[in-house]
Design a protein around this ligand. Structure first.
Ligand SMILES: Cc1cc2nc3c(=O)[nH]c(=O)nc-3n(C[C@H](O)[C@H](O)[C@H](O)COP(=O)(O)OP(=O)(O)OC[C@H]3O[C@@H](n4cnc5c(N)ncnc54)[C@H](O)[C@@H]3O)c2cc1C
Length: 409
């Protein structure tokens, strides 16, 4: 019997250590700071810095990176367990230096950077002394179709000159550099070979942050940026010329799954709040938890969460074992993002006015959950890709098995 759903002792130890550190030490420090009415922004920032130092000391740093660059060297499945724990604590991913978009950028640099780029750009990210952003989406064209990107990069002597307009470059304010996707080969016969990636320091002349785009959740550092004749040296080309699409795909596969892992932590938290509240609120002769309509919310959420966990673990297993994972990541991303939305909505419903208030974390969680269904591949785009693979697999194999996980049943 080869199927084993338990983690090895080393992974279980890492998960428990992470849980203990974030749920006990970090939560306690945050609570003490919250109770201190005189705490300033600077006090908070000093505390977070100190907690990052502790995480590093305890080896709870860079769970997503290999050991040769100072990471925990966890495989994708172990990472799922650790990331879900981190997402249950405010700033958890940041404290262990596994926050988006740096996390995806670290992966990208690890796989594509030259020696110089590693030293100059990857190392400070790993150390936690620099921040970065990923600049692909443009207001003028559909972000869902990167072959439409208009930002251009043109060779001029030993430099590339970049001109264009981006937005939702998350984390750009405070970032030291951006990984920018720009069109270098407009005439390439394959549309996917038209774009390349560049590392652009944010202090480059012509790098202009126009505004922080305000969202339904307020301002969360998703700026609109203009690239006005931004010059970067030839050596800042990241990966191959014309390889921007490939790089984006390599980055987005595991990065999408990393989002799913964090969302699972949030789903679990919302469902626990729902179950807890339902057993404490009394109405029309019984507790909410005794009413069938509320039990359905619980059971639907439980089933969807269970399926989410299995899908994420299976996609992670495929990544870890060097297997084709595109279909599984698309299915997991769509399913988990929608489960996140539905479970938070149900938890809010059961909390009534309290759920709509900002006295619980649910309102903030819901604002964040909404973008999960449209960023990193909108629902409909994942559905389109899933169907494409399903049709192709059926036509080639006479069976859909390999397009639904390739499981032995
Ligand atoms: C909070 C947040 C953070 C983000 N961070 C980043 C970042 O760091 N860097 C970055 O580059 N971008 C970022 N983005 C942008 C994100 O990647 C894009 O929003 C996403 O790619 C969709 O592009 P779009 O917004 O242009 O929507 P569009 O491509 O215009 O799509 C709009 C809608 O059209 C529908 N649609 C699109 N294509 C199809 C199709 N083929 N079939 C059927 N329906 C379709 C979908 O319903 C989709 O939601 C972020 C977005 C958000 C909300």
């Amino acid at each position: 019997m080869a199927i084993d759903f338990s983690f090895g002792q080393d992974v279980e130890d890492a998960r428990l250590m992470m849980r203990e550190f974030l749920h006990t030490a970090v939560k306690k420090e945050f609570e003490a700071m919250r109770n201190n009415k005189d705490a300033t922004r600077e006090d908070w920032s000093t505390l977070v810095k100190a907690l990052r130092g502790k995480a590093k000391e305890q080896g709870l740093w860079l769970p997503h990176m290999p050991q040769d660059v100072g990471g925990m060297g966890l495989g994708a499945t172990a990472l799922a367990a650790v990331s879900a724990e981190a997402a249950k604590v405010p700033m958890g991913p940041y404290i262990i230096n596994a926050q988006a978009p740096d996390e995806g950028n670290m992966h990208t640099l690890y796989h594509f950077a030259t020696e110089m780029q590693r030293e100059k750009f990857l190392m400070p990210l790993l150390e936690g002394t620099a921040r970065s952003c990923f600049s692909m989406t443009e207001p003028e064209v559909a972000g869902s179709d990167p072959t439409l990107i208009q930002t251009s990069a043109v060779e001029d002597g030993d430099d590339w000159v970049i001109n264009g307009h981006k937005w939702f470059t998350s984390g750009a304010q405070g970032a030291d550099f951006a990984i920018v996707i720009a069109r270098t080969d407009p005439d390439a016969s394959v549309a996917q070979a038209r774009n390349s990636a560049f590392i652009v320091p944010t202090d480059s002349e012509g790098f202009e942050i126009v505004r922080d785009v305000e969202t339904m959740g307020g301002r969360h550092n998703h700026p609109e940026i203009k690239y006005n004749n931004v010059r970067v040296p030839r050596e800042n080309l990241l990966g191959e010329r014309g390889g921007g699409h490939k790089l984006g795909q390599v980055r987005l596969g595991p990065a999408r799954l990393a989002h799913c892992m964090r969302w699972i932590g949030q789903i679990e938290m919302a469902l626990e709040m729902l179950v807890d509240r339902a057993q404490k609120r009394f109405s029309h002769g019984s507790y909410l938890s005794e009413k069938q309509s509320i039990q359905w919310m619980m059971s639907d959420s439980a089933m969807e969460l269970y399926a989410s966990k299995l899908m994420v673990l299976h996609a992670a297993y495929k990544i870890e074992n060097g297997m084709e994972f595109k279909q599984e990541v698309s299915m997991a991303k769509h399913h988990v993002a929608n489960t996140l939305w539905r479970v938070i909505d149900r938890a809010m419903q059961v909390h009534g006015a309290l759920g709509y208030s900002t006295d619980t974390p649910l309102a903030g969680m819901m604002q964040q959950a909404r973008w999960a269904r449209l960023a990193d591949g909108a629902d409909e785009v994942h559905q389109m890709r899933i169907a494409e693979i399903l049709i192709r697999t059926f036509n080639e194999d006479g069976s859909i098995n390999q397009a639904v996980g390739g499981l032995p049943l």
